[in-house]
Design a protein around this ligand. Structure first.
Ligand SMILES: Nc1ncnc2c1ncn2[C@@H]1O[C@H](COP(=O)(O)OP(=O)(O)OP(=O)(O)O)[C@@H](O)[C@H]1O
Length: 256
């Protein structure tokens, strides 16, 4: 099976502080990998490093077998960053931002095609923003902006989605909409790497959980279906019957 991401001994330092301390991670085509972990454990840094957005200070990483600096097939990757950073002082409509997800597919100087317009329309529909396509993104709430970012990635029709907290600040109905859309894409064989605090409706889709603690992988294996959301990282909830429960596959917390 083709490898979408291959990181070996990946290290990242930010502000002279080690944030990733030697990550080995291979993601194969068709996998749905949840990157879990407490605040500040290094999840966002890991996905950014996988995409070559943050340089490694040690180790190596490959995108579809190619180092990020030499990778050219960016249309194969749809990245949903944690925050909307488009627009700035320049007003953009929802449609414009979503359509920008097609850029990596467009040949130089080639005008926007019917296929681009159709993919943009489908993406807007999938996140429930088709009727607001002409509105400025600046006027949207955080959760709606998140939906725009998801639509931008969908519009590019990539092989692999990398989503950093796609459901953070998104209402329950939109989370379910994202889960339904991802389920369809996964059924078509797309690859997904998503960072999450809580998986919510995405949980049934996840085939593998990678738990980051203090810049290292401390669990890589089955997702926490069996143990329920209370076992997910970020949940400090202690189950009243915890002592009676079988050991969870996510015994990732530091010993007290
Ligand atoms: N640009 C930066 N410069 C310096 N330190 C940074 C920078 N970005 C992140 N860090 C630090 O690196 C560590 C890991 O951050 P990262 O955002 O990867 O964690 P995270 O697991 O995604 O956290 P969260 O769940 O809060 O988003 C944190 O201690 C953070 O303060």
């Amino acid at each position: 099976m083709e490898e979408a991401f291959t990181m070996r001994g990946g290290q990242v330092s930010l502000d002279h502080r080690p944030v990733l301390r030697g990550i080995d991670l291979t993601v194969r085509s068709g996998e749905v990998v949840a990157v879990l972990g407490a605040n500040g454990s290094g999840k966002s840094t890991l996905v950014r490093a996988l995409l070559g957005l943050v340089p490694l200070s040690g180790g190596s990483t490959l995108l579809y077998g190619t180092p990020p600096a030499r990778f050219r097939d960016w249309w194969r990757i749809g990245y949903v960053p944690q925050r909307l950073s488009v627009g700035g002082g320049v007003p953009s409509t929802i449609r414009e931002v979503v359509a920008s997800g097609r850029i990596a597919r467009q040949r130089r100087l080639r005008p926007t095609s019917a296929a681009d317009a159709a993919a943009t329309a489908r993406a807007l529909e999938a996140v429930g923003l088709a009727d607001r396509a002409g509105d400025p993104v600046q006027a949207l709430s955080g959760g709606q902006q998140q939906r725009v970012l998801i639509a931008r990635a969908l519009a590019g029709e990539p092989d692999t989605f990398v989503m950093d907290e796609p459901t953070a600040g998104v209402d329950a109905a939109s989370q379910q909409m994202l889960a339904d859309t991802l389920a369809r894409l996964v059924a078509e064989g797309r690859t997904v790497v998503l960072v999450a605090h809580e998986l919510g409706p995405l949980e049934p889709l996840v085939t593998r959980a990678v738990v980051i603690r203090d810049g290292c992988v401390c669990h890589d294996g089955p997702p926490p279906h069996a143990v329920g959301t209370h076992a997910l990282p970020g949940h400090d909830h202690v189950h009243p019957h915890a002592a009676e429960e079988p050991a969870s596959p996510l015994e990732w917390r530091p010993a007290p």
